[in-house]
Design a protein around this ligand. Structure first.
Ligand SMILES: *Cc1c(COP(=O)(O)O)cnc(C)c1O
Length: 220
């Protein structure tokens, strides 16, 4: 129970951080609680605290949490790098595929999870470990996903890590511009370390892990 109270308090701090941003628009910024790397308690606490959705990054971890996910039925966003051979295994558990970044995963998601909601992930750091397609490829992927019957809600990007939050600003600005040019609605950017910069640049969805749950246990 104390974990629940802690997460609720931290969620409140995140909401205040978002609300404190001076911004030209006043749309709702939703909060995806990134429960990757944490045990079931984090999902329980996120749901109890009223997060908009949970985010998981590893197919195997999501599968191991299948019982609680089905029991509590939070909206599940898959935010990690997607391997085509894993899509089929988690198709029944995922509500939003947030990290489509190449034709093969677009096609596989369309096949295994027809008509689902997706985001196209854009690379704004040049770090291949983070995934994401190159900016000039974004509209082709959006078209491909639509052609395959998927619902493209918007774009997602991951800012640089281990750098001051300010370093994320140019990339965030570029992704917001693309969202507008393509007439999309969701602009998923901002994590625990760069929430304010992301919201200043027009994020509609932040993905927060350590800011809600504390340090992530090491992956073994
Ligand atoms: C882990 C992760 C997050 C959350 O990062 P925190 O620093 O824990 O807030 C957000 N988005 C993606 C894609 C991630 O992999």
């Amino acid at each position: 129970m104390s974990a629940d109270i802690d997460v609720a308090r931290r969620l409140d701090l995140v909401r205040r951080e978002i609300d404190a941003v001076d911004r030209a628009f006043d749309h709702h910024v939703s909060i995806v609680a990134v429960t990757k790397g944490f045990d079931e308690w984090a999902i329980e606490a996120a749901v109890a605290a009223g997060c908009d959705a949970i985010g998981e990054s590893y197919a195997q971890d999501l599968l191991s949490k299948q019982a609680i996910v089905e029991g509590l039925a939070p909206e599940v966003h898959f935010i990690g790098r997607l391997q085509t051979n894993k899509v089929r295994l988690i198709a029944g558990l995922v509500d939003v595929w947030s990290s489509l970044d190449r034709p093969s995963v677009v096609d596989e998601v369309a096949k295994r999870a027809p008509s689902s909601r997706v985001l196209i992930q854009v690379d704004t750091t040049g770090d291949p470990a983070k995934g994401g397609c190159q900016v000039p490829d974004v509209d082709t992927l959006v078209e491909r996903a639509r052609g395959a019957g998927l619902v493209v809600d918007g774009l997602m990007t991951v800012g640089p890590t281990g750098e001051p939050a300010e370093a994320a600003r140019p990339g965030f600005r570029q992704v917001r511009r693309l969202v507008d040019e393509l007439g999309l609605s969701v602009c998923s950017m901002g994590m625990s370390g760069d929430i304010a910069v992301a919201v200043q640049e027009g994020s509609t969805e932040v993905r927060v892990g350590t800011g809600l749950f504390g340090p992530r246990p090491a992956r073994n």
